[in-house]
Design a protein around this ligand. Sequence first.
Ligand code: FEO
Length: 397
Amino acid sequence: MLRNVKNNVSWVGHIDWELDSFHGDDYSIHNGSSQNAYLIQEEKTILIDTVWKPHSNDFVNNLKQEIDLKTIDYIIVNHGEVDHSGALPQLLDEIPGTPIYCTANAVKSLTGQYHRPDWNFNVVKTGDTLDIGNGKQLIFVEMRMLHWPDSMATYMTGDNILFSNDAFGQHFAVEELFNDKADQCMLMAEAIKYYANILTPFSPLVKNKLKEVISLGLPIDMIAPSHGAIWRDNPMQIVEKYQEWSDNYQTDQVTVIYDTMWNGTQTLAHNIAGALNKLSPETRVKVCNLAISDKNDVVTEIFRSKAIVVGSPTVSNDILSSVGGFLHFVREMKFKGKKAGVFGCYGWSGEGNRVLREMLERAGFDLVEEEIKCNWNPVSDDNLRAEADKLATSIIS
Ligand code: FEO
């Protein structure tokens, strides 16, 4: 079903209410998602992106009910990842030879995934244009590493729409399509989770790319990403958020993250949280037990934080796998400018804190010297409170 976006531009994507994870199990989906594809019907007919392979059949059949597929003049592939290119093989079986416009890297990613070097690829670079009739043009803007080397955005003159692909998206099902119709709290929560978990590693590039796109001076009336809500009400609000988020983002928040075997390390976590609050009542303090927390939500909390405190008991001369696996994931985010402290209980050898330090250093955190290393079970007494105060002071100062 075509759903009008603006003038002769329609949404032809798939709203995925049932999706519960993405990138394997690396990204949790709590509120659905969508794969947004767009159809432009000016003098030329242009399809921008497609959907994930499981929805390929529906996508092609729905499109067929609306238009003769042979009327599609051009296909724009803003990004080769399968959630946007998955329906290309079925579609191009119906309309072989249709010109595909994409970056040179997208030729590599599409050929590598679909093994169809015979597809009619047309490589574009930043600033290249394509006339689509009625006085309108598409202008291509390479978005290298946002978030793949093949990513690009496509700007449509006349209607002033930026088809931004993954950038500015959210894994969020919005049946109403537009940002002004979406639940505002959930929209911004999903937008920051998406940035924190997908774009943080590329923040320096995001920052430079935003400057470059703004310097082009293109009026932007609408930002149409490939996931989630289309930004039609004050679309620059999400650009401003990206400027903020890409600039070593942090707020006055400290997040205490831990897992525990017999609740000793948990007792330490709670004492540290209390000490942080006592020392700095205006600071937002959050406590996340990794055994019961969603890892992407915890990463989002780290993204918001100026510091984290991470705890694990010593287990077999190492740390709990929940904490180790999580810190491996955190390392991928390449966070910068955030402090970290460590804590943990041990019974015998007590290597846990050292392992935590090594992992956090490798993940780019600035470690404080103070730590809590507790032999056997802690007691919430004055001694522990004093230790927690010292750790809190070094974290807050
Ligand atoms: Fe939504 Fe990078 O694919």
